[in-house]
Write a protein that binds this ligand. Sequence first.
Ligand SMILES: [Zn+2]
Length: 282
Amino acid sequence: MTLRERIGVVKMGSDPAILNGMGIWERLKNRLGAKSPAFAPVPEELWLRILLQHRIFSGLVDVDKALLRDLSARFLATKKFLPVGGASASQELMLAVATQACLPLLGLDLRWYRDFTTIYLTPQAYTVTQTVEAKGGIIHEYEDEFAGEAFALGPVALSIPDIHASGRGDGYNVVIHEMAHKLDGLDGAYDGCPPLHQGMDGCAWTKEFSLAFEDFRKNAARAGRRKGRVSIDVYGAEGPDEFFAICCEYFWEMPRVLLKEYPGVYEQLALFFRRDPAAWQR
Ligand SMILES: [Zn+2]
């Protein structure tokens, strides 16, 4: 069975509307629910500009473009943007966040982002003092730079320069990264495994991600000693949660790189997101 057929099987298994032969708009209305708040459509000129600026949208088929535009408008109507530290938020910036946040929702829906409302926008990446306990109970402090952050059951923070650097098709995407943490933590555990759909195999997910993570950690360590090469951001070696978030970035930004490096992980993500971006023409 091909990946496309398998995505179809999982999708049909968990979305009975498809079995009833409903059209895309009926399914969309059904999925979003009649009680969604009123929302303003995305203005045409702004929409076209956002599509042009972000290479990751260039492979979308028309139906997915329409779905993304609708999801983004609903995202803007239900989330609150709070610029801090002298930052300001233009309509274009907020739409850039909304569209990239909603790209992973094309095969899901907005309920996957139900545990947060507020998005803080910071004028630049910021440093946070972290503590770590070493052997013997000695506490070490170090400064960590954050381009964004997803707080458990709370808001998301995104640095504006990093938002601007996202969506170029080069593998880096702070919006998708933080949203991936939100998807991951929806079951209460930030462990690199979001709640899976009916019909997906949890054992297959764990096996593929564990094998890939171990391999990736080894390669990242070798690259750190200048003895190896990694084509995926080594930040993914920090832990299974970061590896999942980084793989999500590559899935949407450089899907063919992820497919080549870790085909088993790519397949699990394709089943979860119900899309196959490596097959898109960009
Ligand atoms: Zn992260």
